[in-house]
Design a protein around this ligand. Structure first.
Ligand code: FEO
Length: 170
């Protein structure tokens, strides 16, 4: 059993992670439609990672005897007006997700819920990596994306990103 407030926050995070997956699927589709298959691939891997995050929160709740309430997932609402937009939205979104994880962590700390804190440690580290990846994408685009040859090479590089299952196993 978990404290009701912690359970509610973790339930909410299942929804938030699924929204993240949905958002990145939208970005992936956008790039594929624009003919940038490497960017499309990069975000396709990203949405698989987000789906995994949702499943980890789901499994943690189940492992602790908690009921999981699946709410409606919001529609991706970012207006994409150019090739750089998803990268900026992605960075902004990851910073937001970090704040959500920190918020759950703070609530778990206040409740002396050491088990949940330990579970969240993986996500604290993961968010550091997620923000760094999103920052790198923006930086690379700013360096190479403004000229056709550079964009072509960057897109080719991004084709090499492959999905790997999360290192956290519950
Ligand atoms: Fe689930 Fe991109 O954080």
């Amino acid at each position: 059993m978990l404290e009701p407030e912690i359970s509610k926050l973790l339930n909410n995070q299942v929804n938030k992670e699924l929204y993240s997956a949905y958002l990145y699927m939208d970005f992936s589709n956008y790039y594929y439609e624009e003919g940038l298959d490497g960017f499309g691939n990069w975000y396709a891997v990203q949405y698989q990672e987000e789906r995994d995050h949702a499943l980890l929160f789901n499994q943690y709740l189940l492992n602790n005897g908690e009921h999981v309430t699946l709410e409606a997932i919001d529609k991706p609402d970012k207006e994409i007006g150019g090739l750089k937009d998803p990268l900026l939205f992605g960075l902004e979104h990851e910073r937001y997700v970090t704040s959500l994880i920190n918020n759950i962590y703070a609530a778990a700390k206040d409740a002396n819920d050491f088990r949940t804190m330990q579970f969240l440690d993986w996500f604290v580290k993961e968010q550091g990596e997620e923000e760094k990846n999103a920052e790198d994408m923006v930086k690379k685009f700013e360096l190479f994306g403004s000229d056709a040859k550079g964009l072509y090479m960057l897109d080719n590089e991004l084709k090499s990103r492959v999905y790997s299952a999360p290192s956290l196993v519950l």
